[in-house]
Design a protein around this ligand. Structure first.
Ligand code: 9Z3
Length: 325
């Protein structure tokens, strides 16, 4: 498969590359519904603050994007992410008074559901003789928390959950969110924990039907996904506070790559993490400093997202104060 229909995308600006990406992407089926939900959410958070300032709103992205190999997709390439980072962070942001747009990969970990077993329906509930359903007492507390906290956040208008599966859906919804959060100025934040594919098969060069194995080994050339961090900062939401994540498996290159992302995409903060230690520690990279954030190992069940979100909230406060001045 050839890169972007043979056009010379290396010589194009990131803006042109992203334009080509969106023009060729299959349109979202539920775009109008997402638009309505976003409008309601943003209106509510623009007008509900007591001090006349907009509420703080963060878009948390979570889970990995898929890259379909066929239009009638049987096979796809996936990026690893359980969604734990995004869902845990969402809980702490809500606790800190933020409203959250949770852009998540279908089927990955959800806020307030992290303590549920793998198969909650079968493991937490029992069907009694009179055919009513009961929660198994050993799971009652986690089930209750999952239901009450989620409903309270969603019904209160503090949590909007939007699912994606493919890279095409992810980037189109992210753009819609960014544009709709513009009116909130520096009170808006992007916390981009989703694992986003760097390579994809452009829709127009993708085969319709399932690729056949009969013709031997498969040769495939993937196009580069245009760096949406660039357009996010420069066009979609230039005033929002932006945090991206950098994931590597080789610690020797991790900080160098995080530094590069910080400068190249003008991020306010890059959270560097290594795959095997990501639940223990992360390194927050800013223009001024590098701060290692660790999970409190003396506390049972403590996670790294708790201190991380405290730091992020402080830095966002400083950013808002600086913008006001
Ligand atoms: C991360 O680095 C996240 O922290 C993890 C979280 C995906 C490792 P889990 O969901 O894991 O808790 O299991 N996310 C960003 C990964 C990524 O794709 N970053 C891009 C890159 O490294 C930049 S957008 O190039």
């Amino acid at each position: 498969m050839d890169s972007m229909n043979g056009t010379d995308h290396e010589s194009e600006t990131p803006t042109l590359k992203i334009k080509a990406f969106f023009e060729s992407a299959p349109p979202l089926k539920d775009a109008a519904e997402i638009e309505t939900k976003l409008k309601e959410f943003v209106d509510r958070n623009s007008s509900s603050s007591e001090n006349g300032k907009a509420n703080r709103v963060v878009c948390v992205t979570s889970g990995g994007t898929t890259v379909p190999l066929e239009k009638r997709c049987v096979r796809y390439i996936d990026n690893f992410s359980s969604g734990h980072r995004g869902s845990a962070s969402t809980e702490y942001f809500l606790k800190a008074g933020y409203s959250v747009i949770f852009l998540y990969r279908r089927g990955t970990c959800q806020p307030f559901c992290r303590s549920l077993p793998d198969d909650p329906l079968l493991e937490c509930f029992t069907s009694t003789d009179d055919s009513s359903i009961q929660v198994d007492p050993s799971h009652a507390e986690v089930v209750k928390r999952a239901i009450t906290e989620t409903r309270s956040a969603v019904n209160g208008g503090f949590l909007l959950k939007l699912p994606f599966t493919t890279i095409f859906e992810y980037l189109q919804i992210l753009r819609m969110i960014a544009v709709s959060l513009r009116s909130l100025g520096p009170s808006a934040m992007f916390y981009l924990a989703a694992a986003v594919s760097d390579f994809y098969v452009p829709w127009e060069s993708m085969t319709i039907h399932k690729i056949q194995s009969g013709s031997g080994p498969l040769d495939m050339r993937l196009a580069q996904v245009p760096k949406m961090l660039y357009v996010l900062r420069n066009e979609w939401a230039p005033v929002a506070f932006c945090i991206s994540f950098k994931l590597e498996t080789d610690t020797d290159i991790l900080l160098g790559k995080a530094d590069m992302a910080l400068k190249k995409y003008k991020m306010h903060m890059v959270v560097a993490n290594e795959l095997s230690t990501r639940k223990e520690e992360v390194i927050v990279v800013t223009e001024q400093e590098k701060i290692t954030v660790r999970r409190d190992t003396t506390q049972a069940g403590a996670d790294v997202e708790n201190p991380l979100i405290k730091l992020v909230v402080d830095m966002h406060s400083a950013y808002i104060n600086h913008s006001d001045a």
